[in-house]
Design a protein around this ligand. Structure first.
Ligand code: FES
Ligand SMILES: [Fe+2]
Length: 341
């Protein structure tokens, strides 16, 4: 499936840059192939406009500046408001710009410290994460970067416990134990959930981060994929520590996604310093990235095209749900043209 060619995917909210990044001025972002400029208006609210000035086609993010609650084009200084209407042409200050002189504006809001954008009428709300509003949890930002792979390869990887022993053998996987335990898999209204107990290796850094001084430990896992590109990895350790990874794979193009991750924990800075917690998850993320960037960017929803094993059930359910979404909205899965040999 090629995300940029399935209009229904434009009807979901996606996280983009952090709200903090807009304080220094407008920033470009590409979402589902749509080039955007993101900026903060007078009320401090984020705004998403198409990143193309209607005067001479320059991206508004190219030397654009926020002036009096409008975005000013860097080329000739025309200004546009939060709705995308041209409000001022400095070379003709007394002229009221034509109503036709405008740029497309998109739904935009802030949640969890990130700017969320929806390119069409939203089909669903931004995923609700209760722990993010619970004062017994602390939020640790981990990373935000472009990965050169299909966003759905990333979300499927989050539902895949079979790769742990191999991809993560240097961090928490045990390559002597490739048979992952059977997990309980549940279909959600808008996603897939799996639950179970997964034995994991516990290296030196993790022993400190978890405050568990053993070489092996156990994770009680609850993993959720939420349509289309959110995943929540909820780990409970034997000492009661909860480490909830909140991950997003925002589709940028068909071949790339913006991989955002933070975690929520019910411990304190004195228990485990932010940098150490983030450093461990960062290493794990690098291992996934190294593998995922070598996958075919076109993830087929047709189950006959790639081979599967029993433990792939959650990923299969994800593919089926995406296929159902397309069918329900009268869309045909768009593929790149390739013949497998
Ligand atoms: S190109 Fe934007 S004002 Fe001229
Ligand atoms: Fe992984």
């Amino acid at each position: 499936m090629l995300a940029t060619k399935q209009p229904i995917l434009r009807r979901f909210w996606y996280p983009t840059v952090s709200i903090q990044e807009l304080v220094s001025g407008p920033q470009p972002f590409e979402l589902l192939g749509q080039k955007l400029v993101l900026w903060l208006n007078e009320a401090g609210k984020p705004v998403a406009l198409a990143d193309r000035c209607p005067h001479r086609s320059v991206p508004l993010s190219n030397d654009g500046a926020v002036v009096d609650g409008t975005i000013r084009c860097g080329y000739h200084g025309w200004r546009f408001n939060s709705e995308g209407a041209c409000t001022y042409i400095p070379q003709s200050p007394d002229l009221t710009p034509s109503k036709r002189c405008r740029v497309e504006s998109y739904h935009c809001t802030e949640r969890y410290g990130y700017v969320w954008v929806c390119l069409d009428e939203p089909l669903a709300d931004i995923p609700h994460i209760p722990e993010a509003f619970d004062s017994t949890y602390r939020l640790i930002p981990e990373y935000a970067e472009i990965w050169q792979c299909n966003a759905f390869r990333v979300t499927e990887n989050a539902l895949d416990v079979s790769h742990i022993s191999f991809v993560h053998r240097k961090t928490f996987g045990d390559d002597q134990a490739p048979v992952a335990p059977m997990l309980q898999v549940n279909q959600l209204e808008n996603g897939v959930e799996l639950q179970g107990r997964v034995p994991v290796a516990n290296d030196e850094l993790q022993q400190k981060n978890l405050r568990i001084p053993d070489e092996k430990t156990l994770r009680i896992i609850n993993i959720k994929w939420l349509m289309p590109c959110t995943f929540l990895l909820h780990f409970t350790y034997p000492n009661g520590l909860i480490h909830l990874i909140v991950g997003f794979a925002t589709p940028v193009t068909d071949q790339s996604c913006y991989r955002i991750q933070f975690c929520l924990r019910n411990d304190t800075e004195a228990d485990a310093p932010t940098e150490d917690v983030a450093a461990f998850d960062r290493s794990v993320g690098k291992e996934d990235r190294q593998m995922l960037e070598s996958t075919d960017y076109d993830l087929p929803l047709n189950l006959r095209e790639e081979h599967h094993m029993l433990l792939d059930k959650p990923g299969i359910m994800m593919r089926r749900q995406l296929a159902q979404l397309l069918k329900k909205h009268g869309e045909v899965e768009q593929r790149r043209e390739i013949v497998y040999r």
